[in-house]
Write a protein that binds this ligand. Structure first.
Ligand SMILES: [Zn+2]
Length: 294
């Protein structure tokens, strides 16, 4: 199969998958439970989520490895199972994707702040390296460093993944709208800061995930495109902004509504569009239909 960058050269908008966390919760994942452990203990459920996105028509799917770094797995006492859990995550998504769709190995933040001295650069680098190697061994096509908010952690993750695997690296940050109207991560990073730093570190596809629904992501993509007109952009948007209903966090944008906004995202320069929290296979099916003729 061709590389993701090659596939984008046709100019076609590619569709990514939707949420994993909320889908696993629907299948019984409890708060406080380690999602990555399900790659072993509830393999069929994880495979079912992966398959549901393939069946919805996604061009690529992620892996259930967002919290698969040793630092994150240590919260569950699972730091010695990094290789096993990440390799299994990749193998499950590869099985669902077959050979004609892409698998992106999900790598999320450690949850610790380098600038506060909570962890060392070496331990973060080494951890991401081991995780990325295991994802490659399990069969991913590219590594997605996602939900980042700090430049230091993101660039370490990109370098570690690139040096360990030689695969294409995608990096997406999570931005929030500021009271003044622009977008920043919780560490104060702007889309323009992100673009410069992650490209220098070796990411070949850039973008944003989580924190914003499809309509706000239009504004984020505009800011990214102002800083960089040509690097491919990936967006994983939430199904609207979360609201509390009966004490539960829910996302209310319908598949039809997000599909219309996805067109706008594509017009602004997004090249790969998928969903984050609250999106389902129905949302992805609607995106595929809407973007097919774009
Ligand atoms: Zn999300």
């Amino acid at each position: 199969m061709t590389s993701l960058l090659n596939a984008l050269k046709s100019g076609r908008i590619l569709v990514s998958d939707g949420a994993w966390g909320t889908m696993l919760q629907e299948r019984g994942l409890q708060a406080g439970e380690c999602p990555e452990l399900w790659n072993i203990t509830r393999r069929d459920d994880v495979l079912a989520v992966a398959r549901s996105y393939v069946q919805a028509g996604a061009d690529m799917i992620l892996t259930n490895s967002f919290g698969g770094s040793p630092i994150k797995l240590a919260h569950y006492g699972l730091q010695d199972r990094v290789v096993e859990l990440n390799e299994a995550a990749a193998a499950i998504s590869r099985e669902a994707a077959g050979s004609d769709r892409f698998v992106l190995g999900s790598v999320g933040p450690t949850g610790e702040m380098l600038m506060m001295g909570q962890v060392t650069e070496e331990s973060v680098y080494d951890g991401f390296r081991v995780q990325a190697e295991a994802l490659k061994k399990g069969g991913v096509d590219a590594i997605l460093v996602e939900t980042m908010s700090a430049i230091d952690e993101a660039t370490i993750a990109i370098r570690a993944a690139k040096e360990a695997t030689g695969l294409e690296i995608i990096c997406t940050f999570t931005f929030d709208k500021t009271p003044k109207g622009g977008y920043r991560t919780m560490m104060g990073v702007s889309p323009a800061d992100m673009v410069k730093a992650v490209k220098e570190a070796g990411a070949s596809i850039i973008g944003a995930n989580c924190g914003n629904g499809f309509d706000q992501m239009v504004e984020v993509v505009r800011e990214i495109r102002k800083a960089d007109p040509s690097t491919p952009v990936l967006v994983h948007a939430t199904a609207g902004l979360p609201v509390l209903e009966d004490g539960k966090v829910v996302y209310t944008e319908t598949p039809a509504a997000v599909a219309v906004m996805a067109r706008e995202l594509a017009k602004c320069g997004a090249n790969i569009i998928g969903g984050c929290c609250g999106t389902t296979p129905d949302h992805i099916r609607a995106l595929v239909k809407e973007l097919k003729a774009f």
